[in-house]
Design a protein around this ligand. Structure first.
Ligand SMILES: C[S@@+](CC[C@H](N)C(=O)[O-])C[C@H]1O[C@@H](n2cnc3c(N)ncnc32)[C@H](O)[C@@H]1O
Length: 240
């Protein structure tokens, strides 16, 4: 698909704000906070959330980390005007917290902060394969030396089974090349209860360790998590 703007403009037509009612992703968000992010030592923590939607995860971070850290620096980007405006319309508790948000795509966002964590929760499905080198390079440049990337995508096997059983969700399969290797990707619809239907690109799982290895990262861990019947894969990469 050539129209890169499509991937955030489609959020004008769905009701992502209903995440506040359905709490979709809160299980995986909570797992990430309790098992990865809150393990960081020291008084200060700096996190950048890529494609923060309506800021559901940013709010959870603020709430859960404000007791453990004296200073919380939260930044993030969200290109959909609808999602961004919704986030801005609801006040966030700024106790111990410095917040900076951008109504831009990740590649358009500029910040000088060096982060402990970058998080990308169901966002890589909206990057086109020809953007991924620049995205990975930018992630590396935004992390401090001990920094980590937390990447969440739909689990490959779970998705394949779903696309077999619900054929109307399938759009097309492509092969793309990266570092002289070929990888599979599938373009498909995702139906999200009470929110709407969006279009996603999912890539075969082994692509991500290869991409980030090329950009100076080691894979720390990879975990499949069953979030109320939806299975996702959580990768944690750290800088070499
Ligand atoms: C499936 S939603 C997930 C939102 C949020 N991370 C969450 O877990 O609730 C994907 C988000 O990525 C955003 N997005 C799409 N293209 C993007 C891009 N190029 N850069 C950053 N975010 C993007 C969309 O606007 C949308 O809000």
């Amino acid at each position: 698909m050539k129209n890169k703007e499509f991937f955030y403009l489609q959020y004008n037509k769905v009701n992502w704000q209903n995440q506040e009612k359905t709490k979709i992703n809160s299980f995986v968000d909570n797992f990430i906070i309790q098992n990865i992010i809150s393990k960081k030592e020291g008084d200060e923590i700096k996190i950048f959330d890529i494609g923060f939607g309506i800021g559901f995860f940013l709010r959870m971070l603020q709430k859960n980390l404000s007791k453990s850290f004296k200073t919380i620096i939260l930044e993030g980007c969200e290109p959909s005007r609808k999602n961004y405006k919704y986030f801005k319309s609801k006040p966030l508790n700024l106790k111990n917290t410095r917040l900076r948000v951008f109504n831009k795509t990740f590649l358009q966002t500029n910040t000088d902060t060096k982060f402990d964590f970058l998080t990308a929760i169901y966002v890589f499905t909206h990057f086109a394969s020809d953007e991924l080198n620049d995205v990975a390079q930018k992630i590396n440049s935004m992390l401090n030396n001990e920094g980590k990337l937390i990447l969440v995508v739909a689990n490959e096997k779970y998705l394949e089974e779903k696309l077999k059983s619900k054929k109307d969700l399938f759009i097309e399969r492509n092969i793309f090349e990266f570092d002289n290797q070929k990888y599979k990707e599938v373009l498909h619809y995702s139906e999200i209860p009470q929110i709407g239907t969006i279009i996603d690109y999912n890539r075969e799982e082994k692509f991500y360790p290869d991409l980030f290895k090329r950009h100076g990262f080691n894979l720390d861990s990879k975990k499949d998590l069953d979030d109320n019947g939806f299975i996702c894969t959580i990768f944690v990469f750290s800088k070499r």
